[in-house]
Design a protein around this ligand. Structure first.
Ligand code: PLP
Length: 386
């Protein structure tokens, strides 16, 4: 994540001095400018800033008209928000295995499609893009909506395009842990004008009193309040200018370290859906035990199975199908019985057991990181036999 510092502080100060903190104040305009800039960067025709990545996912599903009776395909490895968002609009998540790229497995998408499937939510986890070509072609074949969860892939590219702007809709998060950080925040991306107007209605229940001047006559429906303030907009403008250079540094560093690590006889590099623009680096050990042993070595950030909150086995409210009110329970409205068990995605668990994230070490000099990588790739005869 880029740092938050003096430039954000100045931008926020200016926004406060202007005195128009509501983004739809006629004299406001900072957030609107950020949305245009993010659209220009990603290629999405419409961008809507919202107050979190979770809100962005829910607004995107509402925009696409996903609801009761619908099944939504989500990967078994993601932050629980991806599986929780369909529940908020009355649909149910159906869990899909990941493959070694750490993203949703297109073959398992096919296996999990039923007559009730309406949408696929591919998640670009840990900056690794999904196999979007395969996913879009399956979606077209079956008439499904694709809502990309690019909360962990802000600014990441896939074959020259931006994650989040490839599917019908996309969601970004600007939470503290993500590529752009304003504490909490998010955005919906789409190139479909009708989806955009519907997402905007959903995110702002006062939408009907604004002078949006749209071309389409889309009737307003009951919405929420997921709006951002101009203070958010001001910080986002600054963060947007930081994210591209940061990812470019990560890409260069990743290429050098990947080359060194590919020499290892102990592990292989995690396959990547677009190696040329890769900014994420992880390795796949042969066994769980070998991966556990790797976690003690320099240059290894962590083993994915240990970042347990991102694994479906720990999404207790989903596994238990528990909602805030028993009658607001989408599983009761589903067209078939949907059940979840801890062992339902064994391939996902096996891959997470054996995958370790490599530290890119942006804050350290490149020669040092190269040395760490060489040692990781070839620890020497004594360490290998130990
Ligand atoms: C962070 C995250 C979200 C949710 O974003 P928030 O801004 O925290 O609501 C959704 N999906 C994934 C994959 C995430 O990492």
């Amino acid at each position: 994540m880029p740092d938050v510092g003096l430039r954000e502080w100045v931008a926020v100060g200016r926004a406060i001095a202007k005195g128009h903190l509501l983004r739809y104040d006629p004299k406001a305009g900072i957030t609107a400018r950020f949305e245009r800039d993010l659209g220009a960067l990603t290629g999405a025709r419409h961008v809507l800033a919202v107050n979190s990545g979770t809100s962005a996912l829910v607004a995107a599903l509402a925009a696409a008209g996903i609801g009761p009776g619908d099944e939504v395909l989500v990967p078994a490895y993601t932050w629980m928000a991806t599986a929780a968002a369909p529940v908020q609009v009355g649909a149910v998540p159906v869990l899909v295995e990941i493959n070694e790229t750490l993203t949703i497995d297109p073959d398992d998408i096919r296996a999990k499609i039923t007559p009730y499937t309406r949408a696929i939510m591919p998640v670009h986890m840990v900056n690794a893009p999904c196999d979007m070509d395969a996913i879009m072609s399956i979606a077209r074949e079956y008439g499904l909506v694709v809502i990309e969860d690019a909360c962990q892939g802000v600014g990441v590219r896939y074959k020259g395009r931006h994650c989040g702007a490839i599917g019908d809709l996309g969601a970004f998060s600007f939470n503290k842990m993500k590529n752009m950080n304003i504490g909490e925040g998010g955005a919906v991306l789409t190139s479909d004008e009708r989806y955009f107007i519907r997402a905007r209605s959903y995110h702002d229940l006062g939408s009907m009193i604004r002078q949006h001047g749209d071309r389409l006559n889309e009737p307003e429906f009951v919405g929420m309040n997921m709006k951002v303030t101009e203070i958010d907009g001001a910080m986002l403008e600054v963060q947007l200018r930081k994210v591209v250079p940061m990812l470019e540094r990560m890409r260069k560093r990743r290429a050098v370290l990947a080359e060194i690590l590919s020499q290892s006889r102990e592990f292989t590099l995690t396959p990547h859906n677009d190696p040329g623009s890769a900014v994420s680096l992880s390795v796949l050990a042969r066994t769980r035990e070998e991966a556990v042993a790797l976690t003690g070595r320099r240059g290894i950030h962590n083993r994915l199975r240990d970042s347990s909150k991102h694994i479906y086995t720990n999404w207790e409210p989903i596994l238990q199908k528990r909602t805030f009110h028993p009658k607001m329970n989408p599983w009761a409205w589903a067209k078939r019985d949907i059940s979840y068990t801890p062992d339902m995605c064994p391939r996902t668990l096996d891959i997470l057991d054996r995958t370790c994230i490599v530290t890119l070490g942006l804050q350290y000099p490149m020669p040092l990181m190269k040395m760490v990588a060489r040692k990781l790739a070839d620890p020497g005869p004594s360490a290998r036999s130990a």
